[in-house]
Design a protein around this ligand. Structure first.
Ligand SMILES: Cc1cc2nc3c(=O)[nH]c(=O)nc-3n(C[C@H](O)[C@H](O)[C@H](O)COP(=O)(O)OP(=O)(O)OC[C@H]3O[C@@H](n4cnc5c(N)ncnc54)[C@H](O)[C@@H]3O)c2cc1C
Length: 463
């Protein structure tokens, strides 16, 4: 691509067309600016329903949309497919590489919005990724779906009892929203979808184990909803192991240390002065899914080295209240990459890494760039928190809504219906909303999951 020539119209570059980048680009509609929107994939992805693709409930096009198509009628947006590799903040240039050709290109900007999101963190144990993939992209969802379906196929052909048990043991690590919905849905597949289709194994005998280092599931939820979520998981047939720290993952399974709970410690101290030690055990499994940690895009480190900005422990960029970088007003960082504190009942807490926060930040960063162009002062970002939802499985969810009259909390079937309609409402495109609703109604009535065709059957031993 040729170097950009000097131009009168301000050029805004947005890295990433996830929730934050998409909303920022839309906010420039009809404004006298040129926008270049770069993403390493050709689609915007609705991550909250990614687990449905990973568990064969929905087909990929229903939760994603081609970026180029989304901006077909917004003339001031140019869509570029490419992975940004470096940002030169001082000279206002960046370099990106086109995935198809591998050729690097330079792009100059007047203002930059960095919205490249987050990826998995294995807390320094990167070798675990080969055995325990995480769920972040469509490719991750395809890989996990193949692993799950192939484990049942391999178990049907396996004569060795121990091997068959390992194939029919599914481990999910991390009981945040993604881990909880993955575990709940896996239990549903084993208990309701697959029985009747196999002759040598009973899919309903499959074990689904959810391993969590903390003392409760859904730690971001209030305690009562967390306890209700645990009950619903157990009812669905999930074996939940709390206070369980994973110390090793390999091709055979995982090693777990069960941490003593405060009650264990009290009981032990009363009966003997010896210290209470962790109990260590192994779980043999061929399908392990990682849902335990996230780290901000590596572009955060790039920015830190080129601008001196600070990062938090998860690699998120500490931004000013108006979402720009200290000393570098031409660059804003938003969404899962941004670290910003807010005041809640006198306590300073981080703005959460959720899609509403990313969307609101996208709109705020775009508005502030337009204000800067017009010589006006920028405005501070205020997060409007509407609450928290998490689904667990069929008829099972928890909802914590922030209303003007206070928190509204409920769980069970009503919460599940609320979660379902909220997610359909926020999906992009009328066709997608309609088809997802039809697919879910069919799945609800028939217990079926229709997206089970796998193009290439790779053995779970080699994946
Ligand atoms: C499985 C899962 C379930 C979730 N469920 C929920 C939920 O139920 N509710 C909720 O509110 N939130 C949920 N979240 C969190 C929510 O999706 C994120 O908070 C939100 O996507 C953050 O938006 P973002 O714009 O910062 O990043 P993203 O939406 O992740 O977008 C980042 C974009 O940047 C692109 N990109 C990355 N690096 C580069 C690069 N170097 N060059 C070019 N492009 C790049 C990516 O391809 C991507 O399109 C979930 C997340 C996951 C992974």
């Amino acid at each position: 691509m040729p170097e950009q020539t000097p131009h009168q119209t301000p050029h805004i570059v947005i890295i990433g067309c996830g929730f934050g980048g998409l909303e920022a680009a839309k906010a420039f509609k009809g404004k006298a600016v040129r926008v270049s929107l770069i993403d390493r994939t050709n689609h915007h992805l609705f991550q909250p329903l990614l687990y449905q693709v990973a568990t064969a409930g929905l087909a990929a096009p229903l939760i994603s949309a081609p970026i180029r198509h989304l901006f077909r009628s917004q003339d001031n947006v140019t869509t570029l497919l490419g992975e940004v590799r470096s940002i030169d903040a001082m000279n206002k240039r960046l370099e990106f590489v086109q995935p198809s050709s591998g050729v690097p290109h330079a792009l100059a900007f007047d203002h930059l919005i960095v919205a490249a999101g987050a990826s998995h963190s294995y807390f320094g144990n990167d070798a675990w990724e080969a055995h325990a993939p995480g769920l972040k992209t469509l490719q991750d969802a395809f890989d996990i779906r193949r692993k799950i379906l192939m484990a049942f196929e391999a178990a049907e052909a396996q004569d060795d009892t121990a091997q068959r048990e390992a194939l029919l043991t599914f481990v999910v690590i991390g009981a945040g929203p993604t881990g909880v919905e993955m575990a709940g849905t896996l239990a549903e597949i084993a208990r309701h979808t697959l029985p009747g289709e196999f002759r040598r194994i009973n899919p309903a005998s499959a074990k689904v184990i959810l391993v969590e280092g903390g003392a409760r599931v859904l730690q971001a939820m209030p305690l009562d909803l967390s306890e209700k979520a645990l009950k619903q998981l157990v009812k669905l047939g999930v074996d939940v192991r709390l206070n369980a720290k994973v110390t090793q993952i390999d091709a055979q399974g995982i090693q777990v240390d069960t941490l003593p709970t405060p009650t264990d410690l009290e009981a032990k101290t009363a009966s003997s002065p010896q210290t209470v030690s962790a109990r260590s055990y192994q779980i043999h499994s061929k399908t392990i899914i990682w849902a335990a940690g996230v780290a901000a895009s590596a572009l955060g480190k790039q920015l830190a080295s080129s601008t001196g900005c600070e990062l938090d422990r998860a690699g998120r960029v500490k931004v000013l209240p108006d979402l720009s970088l200290p000393q570098v007003p031409s660059i804003s960082v938003i969404g899962d990459m941004a670290s910003l504190m807010r005041d809640v009942d006198g306590k300073s807490v981080p703005v959460p890494g959720v899609s509403p926060a990313a969307k609101q930040m996208g709109r705020c960063a775009a508005a502030n760039i337009l204000r800067r162009i017009q010589g006006q002062s920028t405005l501070a970002f205020h997060y409007a928190d509407y609450g928290n939802l998490a689904t667990i499985g069929r008829n099972a969810a928890v909802v914590d809504l922030a209303t003007p009259l206070g928190a509204l909390r409920f769980s069970g079937k009503l919460a599940w219906l609320f979660w379902l309609f909220a997610h359909i409402y926020f999906l992009i495109g009328f066709r997608n909303r309609f088809v997802v609703l039809a697919d879910w109604t069919n799945a609800y009535l028939s217990f079926s999951r229709n997206a089970r065709v796998v193009a290439e059957a790779v053995s779970p031993e080699s994946s």
